[in-house]
Design a protein around this ligand. Structure first.
Ligand SMILES: [Zn+2]
Length: 409
């Protein structure tokens, strides 16, 4: 007997359009029908049919998160399956239905352990967001742009280092590297050949480095404005850096950490003006402390403090209850402690985007960037039955993964 989930009385954000009093039918984990009440045939009640009355709330595709290091106390670098599942459960509460656990710069043995855990998590049935693979963030980074990546373990991309890794772990779906490092172009071509998203990040490169990176397979830029070089002056000449290159080159997509701390609205708006909105996705880049509140934590050997402090010079005062993670000496942000609902809310409340546009940046756009548009990112028949039900304030009421409720407020 087919398992059916029916969502009625929702304001659907497909997110290409808004449909009032809409219905979504999910059958055996896939979306079967989407439309206004009269247009969709509702299956007759029966033991195999679950009906959720959305009560006029928004019904959107589940959020897709391509860059997350942890959540709810679960740290991807633990090398434990349980930690990844804890992370997936916590982020599901923020509306995430699919994610890429993301590694950090670390000794190779720890990266292997983390990836083994991801592999196992992908095979595990559980009540959280689907694990779609892994994102390797580092260790091929510029020392001057390490940010909260442990500088002790940075290295150059060498085939002897990354080929066995890529061979052993086909679950790697995205790799972030600094394009100016020796070997980075070979790495880009290898990733392109394997259809892995090649992203530039933690980079001190120049405009020309980024142009070359695009020629050699790089398509995405990790966390816009964070750990990226900018204009530098040599004698009388101004040289554009990575920030300017990402804004200027339409070929690159990017992501913004819209936790209300990393970037003020002006820089988010600048990114959206320079690049079409369809080329910019939202991310949390969250660490294990996401959803835990203020305190002291560790990010792979680096001390991190999570607190609520915002300098008065910052453009906006975010609402209380949105803490921020910093290195203990407060010189840099250390990942974030946000969840995706908070990030979408920031786009609406601080940046002034219509909700449907913010939802697009958390669903359709990341699906396209990661090559998953054929499976997810829209409310459309045939796609995976991943759905989130939200209220006006972007609070998550239900998270549904493959037609199964994994979180209910
Ligand atoms: Zn980073």
């Amino acid at each position: 007997m087919a398992n059916k989930l029916v969502i009625t009385n929702g304001c659907l954000l497909t997110p290409m359009r808004q449909v009032e009093k809409g219905t979504v039918v999910i059958e055996d984990g896939l979306i079967k029908a989407v439309g206004a009440a009269g247009e969709v045939e509702i299956p007759p009640a029966g033991p195999e049919v679950t009906v959720i009355d959305a009560g006029g709330r928004y019904v959107a595709p589940g959020f897709i998160e391509g860059h997350v290091h942890g959540g709810g106390g679960g740290d991807v670098m633990d090398g434990q399956v349980a930690s990844i599942l804890t992370c997936g459960r916590r982020h599901a509460q923020g509306g995430v239905t699919a994610f890429l656990p993301t590694t950090l710069t670390a000794p190779q043995a720890d990266i292997y352990k983390a990836l083994e855990a991801c592999e196992e998590a992908m095979e595990t049935e559980y009540d959280g967001a689907s694990v779609l693979g892994a994102h390797l963030e580092g260790p091929y980074f510029a020392a001057s742009q390490a940010g909260a990546q442990n500088p002790a373990y940075l290295r150059h991309p060498e085939a002897d280092d990354y080929l066995p890794l890529l061979e052993r772990f086909p679950i790697i779906k995205k790799v972030t590297a600094a394009p100016e490092l020796p070997g980075a172009m070979e790495l880009g071509r290898e990733l392109r050949r394997r259809r892995i998203v090649a992203a530039i990040g933690h980079t001190a490169g120049t405009y020309q480095d980024v142009v070359k990176a695009v020629e050699n397979g790089y398509t995405h830029a990790t966390h816009m404005f964070s750990a990226m070089s900018t204009i530098r002056r040599e004698k009388a000449y101004r040289l554009a850096g990575v920030i300017e290159a990402v804004l200027e080159l339409d070929e690159l997509t990017t992501e913004i950490i819209a936790d209300g701390h990393h970037l003020p609205p002006s820089l988010i708006n600048l990114t959206l003006k320079a690049k079409s909105r369809e080329r910019v996705c939202l991310t949390t880049d969250a660490m294990a402390a996401a959803g835990l509140g203020p305190g002291r934590y560790s990010l792979f050997g680096l001390d991190v403090i999570v607190e609520d402090d915002i300098p008065s010079e910052f453009e906006v005062r975010t609402r209380t209850g949105q803490p921020v993670a910093k290195l203990a000496d407060r010189t840099a942000f250390a990942s974030s402690v946000a969840t995706m609902d908070q990030v979408v809310r920031t786009m609406v409340e601080l940046v002034g985007l219509p909700l449907i546009e913010a939802v697009k940046m958390a669903t359709m756009v990341p699906a396209a960037i990661h090559g998953w548009a054929a499976e997810r990112g829209q409310l459309s028949p045939g796609l995976v039955g991943d759905v989130v039900i939200l209220d006006q304030e972007v609070k998550v009421h239900y998270t549904i993964v493959r037609g199964r409720v994994v979180y209910k407020r």
